[in-house]
Design a protein around this ligand. Sequence first.
Ligand code: HEM
Length: 132
Amino acid sequence: MIEFYPQIRFVHILAISLSGSLFALRGIGVLAGARWPQAALVRYLSYTIDTVLLTAALMLVTILPSAMFANHWLTVKLVLVVAYVALGVFALRRGRSRGTRAACFAAALLVFIAIIGIARMHHPLGWLLPWA
Ligand code: HEM
């Protein structure tokens, strides 16, 4: 399957761009008091994109040699993905006050950027690596 690695990586990155953009738009919509971010169509679109993202991610994990994950960047990334999802739930749905939703939205975006840094650098320190 290694011959499909570039295409699968491309699909993963495309899905990440779509997923992050949709989350950012929905978060702004929620903070503006709009109802469309919770519409069934928007939610199903989000589930579909995230399923593609995760499927491609799992395929990449299967294809790549385990030595590539020796410094545990993938483990740290997965922990942050869980944090991102939890913060996203509070930003879009479960946050009781507007302040809580805004804080969770900002934190989720920061975690998302941190995840990209870890993925790019292949290192748990992510974007901070050049300063380490
Ligand atoms: C919010 C969720 C995620 C984001 C923002 C994200 C981000 C990225 C980015 C930007 C890359 C490309 C790195 C490069 O340029 O080399 C990448 C690659 C990768 N991601 Fe993700 N990812 C996410 C979720 C996941 C999950 C859940 C897994 C594992 C189950 C995963 C596993 C991988 C693997 C194995 C690669 C390949 C690294 C390489 O080819 O160099 N990702 N990810």
